[in-house]
Design a protein around this ligand. Structure first.
Ligand code: A3P
Length: 308
């Protein structure tokens, strides 16, 4: 394991060091959790797993997938829908943040099927039982320009008040060199991108920008992919529109649970929502940053077919 220090910020995000495990950088406790997840998780063919790099639109995709999957017991227009009282991260827990923590080995076999999980682990580090079973993965990807801005501003929100904020330049150096939590971004994105091309019907690769552009189309795409397509009655009864409305940025941010609630005692739910737009990076990037990140993306993504 290779170790790097947050040199100019001794306790970055409360942790002095991040470590590289299977080519990806993490804080130490996360690695313990991932090892446990890799060792113990037994996938079922009916499982659905949402995968992403942090700050790519995970919260939104969780809300949408949960609402699609559970629409028979929880119609989206119902005023006691779980999404009205719980943050999407509570409803769709993350393996390495919620299940495989504190050296516990949870019995996930008792959960009702289909089980809905999520992870920030890259494709190459997923347990064999996920890659070898028929379970499905939905990956959400976001333009690295916006992904970086969202990430940097989020990190500064969760930094303890006693520690200095991370400057945009310093955060950018780390991100563009691939040395930030869950980075390098290109390894993460390309791993799922290539796997989605190689394995038919196993991975649905989505872009945040595409969802913003035509949510109706992609909602139906997700529903078909997880074998829950909308029938014509649902289509004419406005179920699709109701789910879109229920999971919209505007709706979720007005809910009390997302204004004042907390996720795993560490994160304020409100911090998962900021602007929810495409292209906010233009308000933060200076010319040298545009040049550098464009170059990195050209170098890493060139020839892969992945573009933004
Ligand atoms: P911004 O910081 O650019 O606003 P993640 O969920 O992976 O942590 O990603 C967070 C990003 O998704 C944030 O982007 C957040 O505002 C945006 N987001 C959260 N909920 C959303 C929703 N319902 N619709 C669209 N974007 C959403």
């Amino acid at each position: 394991m290779q170790r790097t220090s947050f040199s100019s910020r001794k306790k970055g995000c409360g942790h002095r060091y991040i470590y590289r495990y299977q080519d990806i950088w993490y804080i130490p406790t996360r690695i313990q959790n991932i090892v446990s997840f890799q060792k113990h998780f037994q996938a079922k063919d009916s499982d659905i797993i949402i995968a992403s790099l942090p700050k790519s639109g995970t919260t939104w995709l969780k809300a949408l997938t949960f609402a699609i999957l559970n629409r028979k017991c929880f119609p989206p227009s119902q005023n006691n829908h779980p999404l009205l009282s719980s943050n999407p991260h509570e409803l769709v827990p993350i393996f390495e943040y919620n299940h495989y923590v504190y050296n516990q080995i949870p019995d996930l076999s008792i959960l009702p099927e289909p089980r809905l999980f999520s992870t920030h682990v890259p494709f190459h580090s997923l347990p064999d039982s996920i890659t070898k079973s028929k379970c499905k993965i939905i990956y959400i990807c976001r333009n690295p320009f916006d992904n970086f801005i969202s990430f940097w501003l989020f990190v500064n929100k969760i930094v303890p008040p006693s520690l200095p904020k991370l400057s945009c330049e310093e955060a950018f150096e780390r991100y563009s060199n691939g040395i930030n939590e869950c980075g390098p971004f290109w390894i993460h994105m390309l791993g799922y991108w290539r796997a989605s091309k190689e394995t038919q019907n196993k991975i649905l690769f989505l872009r945040y920008e595409d969802l913003k552009g035509d949510i109706n189309f992609y909602l139906k795409r997700v529903a078909e992919f997880i074998d829950c397509p909308f029938n014509s009655e649902e289509q004419s009864n406005g179920v699709i529109e109701n789910i879109i409305e229920l999971c919209s940025f505007e709706k979720l941010t007005e809910l009390e649970v997302n204004k004042t609630g907390k996720f795993i005692q560490k994160f304020e739910n409100k911090d998962f929502f900021r602007k929810g737009v495409v292209g906010d990076w233009v308000n933060h990037f200076s010319p040298w940053m545009i040049e550098k990140l464009s170059k990195v993306m050209e170098e890493k993504f060139g020839g892969s077919g992945l573009s933004f």
